[in-house]
Design a protein around this ligand. Structure first.
Ligand code: NOJ
Length: 555
């Protein structure tokens, strides 16, 4: 079924209700606060908002431990407030995506409580049990160093239960048809309340075979993904699933499906890791290779392109020396690292708040193949608080102004303290201040988002890497409906002169029309362009034909 492919040219902004805006002064963000801030997001040019989990939860994994899928956690408001929010978003033409966390529940979920306390409970088989401790119980932890096992003994059940994540997140037995039916019901519920899709958490684990004798590389049931998609599209044709699956390129394609019949979107973790390696080393070869390896094979499939998210920057799939190079550049201190594989900092402190490097990184995020996913606070270059444990360091309150708690809340104490003092404190880094400053990163971001929206070539088109013979410079060309865009990025701190032919073999030489500044580029006699990029410089061009050259004498 062909639906409205709105996600192909969207700009997604991800936030957690908890940390965005507190309307009632209890120190926790809420839907009413978020709704009041929708005009801000709309003004920034965001077209879709992805909300992290907000359903009822004991909150031991920041909401990724759900205890009631059909309710808003009372700290954030009511279902009524939620619907007011989705309605207000719709009025502004903005879509809402929400997290769907169905690999596991909280151990406080009534299903698990019933399952553990009664072997005859109808919910017993909704979870994964073993009478004896499975041989691989100390393998496959997602949070090594913090989580010590994937099977935990439950006194009440007199059995071990399986948990891919923390021991308070028992895995659902997703192969059970009753569980699968319930998952569809959950999706159907939220779709009815105005959401346009889901960021599906931990997809490879949702579809994995689970059980005591399952090998370390379990079989995956990809048909389940097709069922999810079909259900959603029958209910609401324009709804999508954005899958969280940090897998290799040959696996990626299976998540999209051969006929584009599974997930519409996936986060491009493969590119994300090589992007950080390129930023650390000024060597773009692995990034260019990763882009070619992850070319979506189906027109409706789309990547979610991101820099940092609410988790650690996972470098687990880089080669050892590449990973070390990223650690050395962006997270040299043990306190900045996490789970033996990643960096837990926000982007701005990683890049030492160097404006040139921040612009380079975000310019890339907005011009790599796919749909950009911006994290709240990144538009003002917020920092992190490494005193906070694990991933909480990068989940602090949004910094709206220089007032107490960064204008996030009137409470004496907030759920996490707003970052105060130093180079990243709310006193200096905040929305109010940056709005007044025409040169702020916030105003820069608004401008590039606006331009990105005008470049459907990137969201919809085919791309190719243009050879530059300089590994520090990445040049990409996009083509869509007889329009073409060329983007250049210099990953080196020193200026680079780069010469390249952006055209196809049969093309006439083209002018490159700079979309963000005045310096257009004319081709030289051999049809090549010679462009000097300043250190960490970038350019966005649209290809103009000879017509443009003849009619516009000023360039
Ligand atoms: C992935 C989420 O992004 C992460 O924050 C969470 O802890 C795990 N899944 C478990 O739900």
């Amino acid at each position: 079924m062909i639906s409205d492919l709105w996600y192909k040219n969207a700009v997604i902004y991800c936030l957690s209700v908890e940390s965005f805006m507190d309307s009632d002064g209890d120190g926790v963000g809420d839907f009413r606060g978020l709704t009041r801030r929708l005009d801000y997001l709309h003004g920034l040019g965001v077209t879709a908002v992805w909300l992290m989990p907000f359903q009822a939860s004991p909150g031991r994994d920041d909401g990724y431990d759900v205890s009631d899928y059909y309710n808003v956690d009372p700290r954030y408001g009511t279902l009524g407030d939620f619907v007011e929010f989705t309605h207000a978003a719709k009025q502004r033409g903005m879509r809402v995506l929400i997290d769907l966390v169905v690999n596991h529940t909280s151990d406080q979920h009534p299903w698990f409580k019933s399952a553990r306390s009664d072997p005859d409970s109808p919910y017993r088989d909704w979870y994964v049990w073993s009478k004896t401790k499975p041989k691989n119980a100390d393998k496959g932890m997602v949070f090594p160093g913090v989580q010590t096992s994937t099977w935990t003994y439950d006194e009440a059940a007199k059995a071990y239960f399986f948990h891919r994540f923390y021991d308070f997140q028992p895995d659902l037995n997703t192969a059970n048809p009753h569980v699968q039916a319930e998952l569809l019901k959950i999706m159907g519920f939220w779709i009815q309340l105005g959401v346009c899709g889901f960021r599906m958490d931990a997809v490879p684990f949702v579809i994995a075979e689970k059980g005591a004798s399952v090998p370390m590389t379990p079989k995956l049931d990809f048909d389940m993904l097709r069922t999810f998609r079909e259900f959603l599209q029958w209910r609401k044709g324009d709804s999508v699933i954005l899958a969280e699956a940090n897998v290799t390129p040959d696996e990626n394609v299976k998540y999209f499906g051969d006929d584009g019949d599974r997930m519409q979107m996936m986060f491009n973790f493969h590119v994300n890791q090589r992007l950080f390696y390129a930023l650390a080393s000024a060597d773009t070869a692995p990034l260019a290779k990763a882009l070619n390896e992850t070319r979506p094979g189906y027109p409706t499939a789309q990547w979610g392109v991101f820099l940092r998210n609410h988790d650690e920057l996972d470098l687990g799939r880089l080669e050892d020396d590449q990973r070390q190079a990223v650690f050395d550049a962006f997270g040299p201190d043990k306190s900045m690292q996490l789970y033996d594989r990643g960096i837990r900092r926000r982007l701005a402190p990683m890049l030492k708040a160097d404006r040139r490097r921040l612009e380079l990184a975000y310019s890339l995020m907005f011009t790599l193949p796919g749909t950009p996913v911006l994290r709240y606070g990144d538009e003002i270059a917020m920092g992190d608080d490494l005193k906070l444990p694990e991933r909480n360091c990068a989940r602090t309150p949004m910094q709206w102004s220089g007032e107490a708690n960064g204008g996030f809340s009137k409470a004496k104490k907030t759920f996490l303290p707003a970052i105060s003092g130093g180079g990243f404190g709310f006193e200096t880094v905040n929305v109010a201040q940056q709005r007044r400053d025409p040169n702020s990163i916030l105003n820069w971001m608004e401008r590039v988002i606006r331009m990105r929206q005008e470049l459907p070539e990137i969201g919809w088109g085919d791309f190719r890497v243009i050879p530059t013979r300089d590994k520090a410079v990445l040049a990409l060309r996009y083509d869509w409906r007889n329009n073409a865009v060329v983007v250049l990025h210099n990953f080196d701190g020193e200026p680079r002169e780069t010469a390249f032919d952006p055209g196809d073999k049969d093309d006439e030489p083209s002018v490159l029309i700079n979309l963000l500044a005045d310096d257009h580029s004319n081709p030289e006699a051999d049809g090549r362009h010679r462009i000097v990029l300043e250190g960490y410089g970038y350019r966005w061009y649209r290809l103009g034909g000879l017509d443009y050259l003849l009619n516009r004498t000023e360039i």
